[in-house]
Ligand binder design. Structure first.
Ligand code: CA
Length: 232
């Protein structure tokens, strides 16, 4: 069993935060709560954090959720779900290119929020790139452009090579089984077979080796699956 996915709730209203934390925990997530923007930012930036998603209230006591979103976007690709209180806020969420993944309007039902969370995670293949760790090692994924580079050189990846790399990079060192990779990287996992994963891993590995012949960032674990090893 994989460890529960960690979700950060940044919300200053205790009652709302409590409700969300409870609902997320019930759904099998590992939620954490910050009441201010500054705490939230620090929590996301903490290297070991590894949040798969951030739920962000627009109206925070110390800074606006919009500004915080911009700050987060500058350093991480973590999906962001906005909590908005007013119509004017919704207009800004929708109208501005803040890089938020979705929003819900208060008052909301906890079930609605967890459903959105699941939808976002499905959409992003539950992938959150641990940008600090990977970038130190020179491995950079651009999720928007669907491109990757390693040690400053562009990797020309196919769609599934990119997705596999993104899934593996979400948790460097963690071994992903072929089933898990299939489920997270393919739109229609049922239509593919185990050796499809193997074939794409093989070509992905070859492309990384062209850039860095001495490094094998993709590790094979016999009978178990694959992991990515990042050495700074
Ligand atoms: Ca608030």
């Amino acid at each position: 069993m994989a460890a529960p996915s960690r979700i950060l709730v940044i919300e200053d209203e205790t009652a709302i935060a409590d409700t969300l934390v409870y609902a997320l925990r019930t759904e099998g997530f590992a939620p954490e709560w910050c009441a201010t923007g500054r705490e939230g930012l620090a929590a996301v930036r903490a290297e070991a954090a590894g949040f798969v998603l951030v739920i962000l209230d627009v109206g925070l006591p110390d800074m606006s959720g919009f500004d915080l979103c911009r700050e987060l976007r500058a350093s991480t690709a973590v999906p962001i779900l906005f909590l908005t209180a007013r119509n004017s806020e919704i207009d800004r969420v929708v109208g501005l290119e803040l890089g938020a993944d979705d929003y819900v309007t208060k008052p909301f039902s906890p079930r609605e929020v967890t459903a959105r969370v699941r939808a976002i995670l499905r959409r992003t293949n539950a992938v959150t790139i641990n940008s600090n760790e990977a970038q130190r090692a020179g491995l950079v994924l651009d999720k928007e452009a669907k491109s990757a580079s390693f040690r400053g050189r562009k990797l020309e990846l196919t769609r599934y090579e990119f997705r596999l790399l993104a899934v593996l990079m979400a948790r460097p060192g963690r071994v992903y089984s072929r089933d898990e990779l299939m489920t997270q990287a393919w739109e229609d996992p049922g239509a593919s077979m185990d050796r499809t994963v193997d074939a794409h891993i093989k070509t992905l590995r070859a492309k990384v080796r062209v850039v860095a012949p001495d490094e094998d960032i993709i590790q094979t674990h016999r009978g178990e699956g694959y992991s990515v090893r990042i050495t700074p």
